[in-house]
Design a protein around this ligand. Structure first.
Ligand SMILES: [Zn+2]
Length: 215
C-alpha cells in the first residue's frame, strides 16, 4: 500500500518498488463525452474539456469498515485473501455502493466477508486513504464504525477473506493491520474504549475536519 496523504500527487508510489502507479485522474486523457483531448493529463481534482465544456470532479470514493466486538470483548478481524495487503489483518469493510448508507455498507460487507450480522453501529471517525487497484490509485475516504456482534452469530471466512480472526483488542499488533487508516481507526477505537471519547468530542489532530457527526 501507499502513503495515505499524497492525494494530490500525479504519480504515487506503488506497493511494488520501482513501479509507479497513476492516480485515476491522470488516466483521463480524452473527454469521455466528446472524445476530444486535453493534450495533457488533467490537473487534479477536476477534468475540464475545452471542446465541449464537460467537467468531472475527481472526488474520493467512500469506503466503510466496522470494528465489531462480540460478547467476550473480542474483535472480529479478517485476514485478507487478495491484494492489496494480502495476508494482512483488516476489519470487515469495503466500498459504499451508490444509494447505500455507510452504515448499511459496513453491515453488508461484514455479512459478505464473515457471515456475521453486526448491530449498533456508531460512527468512530474518517480518514483519507489511497487504494491501488490494477495500476491505478483511487483517493478514498474511509469511514469507520464500531459495532456489536449479534448473539449466536457464527463467523466463517467468505468473500475475499482467507480466515476470520478473533482477537482481544490488546492482542492486536498494529503492524499486522492492513492499511494506515485501519491502524488509525484501531488507535481511535482503543481510545474510545478507554475514555468513551469519540470523534466530535475533541478537535481533529490533522487534516481538514468535517462537522461533528450526529451522536
Ligand atoms: Zn468534451
Amino acid at each position: 500500500m501507499i502513503p495515505a496523504r499524497d492525494g494530490d500527487a500525479t504519480i504515487a508510489r506503488s506497493a511494488m518498488p520501482d513501479t509507479p502507479v497513476l492516480l485515476a485522474s491522470a488516466s483521463f486523457r480524452y473527454c469521455p463525452r466528446c472524445g476530444q483531448g486535453p493534450s495533457a493529463p488533467p490537473e487534479a481534482p477536476v477534468f475540464s474539456c475545452a471542446a465541449c465544456g464537460f467537467h468531472y470532479h475527481f472526488n474520493p470514493a467512500v469506503a466503510a469498515g466496522v470494528i465489531a466486538e462480540d460478547r467476550e470483548g473480542r474483535v472480529l478481524l479478517v485476514r485478507r485473501a487478495k491484494e492489496p495487503a494480502r495476508g494482512r489483518l483488516g476489519v470487515p469493510g469495503g466500498f459504499v455502493d451508490i444509494g447505500e448508507t455507510a452504515e448499511a455498507s459496513a453491515r453488508r460487507e461484514a455479512r459478505e466477508e464473515t457471515g456475521i450480522d453486526v448491530l449498533d453501529l456508531r460512527f468512530l471517525g474518517s480518514w483519507p486513504n489511497l487504494y491501488e487497484w490494477r495500476g491505478v490509485v483511487y483517493p478514498v475516504v474511509d469511514l469507520y464504525f464500531t459495532g456489536r456482534v449479534g448473539e449466536g452469530e457464527v463467523a466463517s471466512a467468505r468473500h475475499e477473506v482467507e480466515e476470520v480472526v478473533w482477537l482481544r483488542p490488546e492482542e492486536v499488533d498494529s503492524a499486522d493491520l492492513a492499511f494506515p487508516t485501519t491502524r488509525s481507526a484501531f488507535e481511535r477505537y482503543l481510545e474510545v474504549r478507554e475514555t468513551g471519547a469519540r470523534r466530535g468530542d475533541r478537535p481533529e489532530a490533522q487534516g481538514l475536519d468535517a462537522t461533528s457527526p450526529a451522536r
